[in-house]
Design a protein around this ligand. Structure first.
Ligand SMILES: [Zn+2]
Length: 226
């Protein structure tokens, strides 16, 4: 499971995530727009409204904006509300227009939630909806398509995890940058026979967050090659 962090700077903690938190459950949202996860998190970090969330997930990636040990304001139940003070928030992207991108985003969100439940030793009862805390009809499209259906997808992902070795890795931005630089550098090198050291570096860049720490692997190869 790859998670890319783009965390809110500490000087904005007082606006976005003022309280330390020990999460007790997950709160599911839909973004009600058509922005990618990266853009959703960047927008949240840049603006000065208190609205915040821990994770945004689209059809391609999971982006984290708030550390898990701090609260976020997403559940609409106020400064002392259980949702805002104990909930790990997950925003599912592309819910406004729906379609295949939303379906894929929901699928990746279900997989991520299954990983989280497993990591924390929680069962399916720990998956809540925004609606449970403030009455807002959110996650709107997930609810339209069937809440129990979504829970079933998470359960199927959980069943898939059983017996498999769990390796979770969070790819930090500097690690991603370091990996990309190493691949760009390697791309210019040739082996003893004059062949390129790496083929298709752009494809390798997409694997930088895989379970084997690819960013480190390529950085080492780059250091030891001429
Ligand atoms: Zn919501």
């Amino acid at each position: 499971m790859k998670v890319v962090q783009n965390l809110v700077p500490a000087n904005k903690y007082s606006i976005k995530c003022p309280y330390p938190m020990d999460a007790e459950f997950i709160v599911v949202h839909n973004t009600y727009n058509d922005a990618s996860a990266r853009n959703e998190v960047q927008y949240m970090i840049n603006n000065n409204s208190s609205t915040s969330f821990h994770y945004a997930i689209d059809d391609k990636e999971v982006i984290q904006g708030i550390p898990e040990n701090r609260n976020a304001f997403h559940a609409g139940d106020g400064g002392n509300g259980k949702g805002n003070r104990k909930g790990l928030s997950v925003e599912i992207c592309y819910s406004k227009s729906g379609g295949q991108k939303f379906i894929e985003a929901e699928k990746l969100a279900a997989k991520f939630i299954a990983f989280k439940l497993n990591e924390k030793g929680w069962d399916l009862s720990k998956v809540k909806k925004h609606q449970d805390f403030s009455g807002k009809y959110c996650p709107h499209r997930t609810l339209d398509m069937g809440w129990q259906r979504f829970l079933n997808i998470i359960q199927a992902e959980l069943d898939n995890l059983k017996g498999e070795e769990m390796i979770t890795m969070t790819l930090q931005k500097w690690q991603e940058e370091m990996g990309k630089k190493a691949l760009d550098s390697l791309n210019k090198k040739k082996d003893n026979f004059g062949n390129p050291v790496v083929n298709s570096p752009e494809d390798w860049k997409k694997t930088l967050g895989d379970n084997v720490p690819q960013w480190l692997f390529w950085s080492i190869i780059d250091r030891i090659s001429k």
